[in-house]
Write a protein that binds this ligand. Sequence first.
Ligand code: ARG
Length: 460
Amino acid sequence: MSNKLWGGRFHGQAADWVDEFGASIHFDYQLAAEDIEGSIAHATMLAKQGILTAEELEQIITGLKKIQKEIEAGTFEFSVKNEDIHLNIEAKLTALIGPVAGKLHTARSRNDQVATDFHLWMKHRLPVVKEAISNLQATLVDLAADNVGTLMPGYTHLQHAQPISYGHYLLAYFEMLQRDYERFTFNEKHVDILPLGAAALAGTTFPIDREFVAEQLGFGHVYHNSLDAVSDRDFAVEFLSNASILMMHLSRMAEEMILWTSFEFNYLELSDSYSTGSSIMPQKKNADFAELSRGKTGAVYGHLMGLLTVMKGLPLAYNKDMQEDKAGVFETFDTIIAVLKVFTGMVSTMTVKKDKMRAALKGDYSNATELADYLAKKGLPFRQAHAVVGMLVYQGIEEGLALEEMSLKELQKASNLIEEDVYEVLDPQTAVNTRTSLGGTAMANVEKEVVAAQSLLAQR
Ligand code: ARG
């Protein structure tokens, strides 16, 4: 017989490198706490149902807790010979309490065990992700509150488009993060289902009580189909998808930080603690952490594609392919927590160069729409107004004059609808203040949105 825990029908031994190939202990050791938690709940249920004696239960629980202490202390020796976290723990339990350890696996398979561990692992971590998102949201709202009245160019195609409030810009990211937060909340719904009790794939003949196990582990539901229970990795795909969307948002903010801290823009300056220098160029101050965050988006997307592809076309129920489901999820969790933390640090310590933002609006023609709207409000069809202002912009560029620098006489040559009040309209401050349409950048709107965001966060 082979020396494996499942070795009964085997006579030959695998070579070490083959064991190594099949093992997952290199990464699934991270499920140790959840594996023990799940085993204690399972054993407790077996005893309640009369499948284990009270004494057997006590031995098993004492052994598992001892193992937990060793793992926490870092003295537990994980071995590739025991393949994965489940068998590592079971082998150690056997060494500690003898053959009674073998009763723990009654009415259970590693298939429902690993699925349970993975669900539990995520159940414990989704709140951590949500908190990290909330922290960044709070930082953005604080900065927005300070910058309701900070004017800057809004961009489309990276060209100056129309003046906006920098607070409005910051709240755009608040909103994206709010949807990310909600996506992870929705993810919790699908994580909150207990697979344990599905056994290998078909359920069990033992009189188990799955709802009791669910209650002990804090699950709101149990899977109602044993095949689905051991085959489902949707919750992990959802996690990676949510993480990808989150990283997509953060990579956009990162890009703007990188751009805006450049010499050309000079809108922001990162604090010394969130930037780096160059080993050769003494003047350098690089936005490395924004760049790194932008770069890490690649691996997160990769893990999403990786798991989708692992699951594609897999026949029901468990297949060993599914062992490949965990490493990418673990790494993604570490990545998004670190990136959210770095962003919170960067945003809360950076300097906003309000005067530079404001100065960028000078003579940039981003008030051209104001003039077109002005004429349209006086009855000129908007298309015609657009053409009139387009010609004035052309003329201004030729003569080196901003629209607001042109004399009233000059402006009236283009349209006699233009009067003295035009200069007020051409002021970027007016352009922002008057964009009071719902969701617009008007300072009054942004102020209200800051309050709404603050109260949303206060409810958490
Ligand atoms: N290490 C395995 C995994 O992560 C545990 C489940 C193994 N089940 C099996 N029938 N080989 O997927």
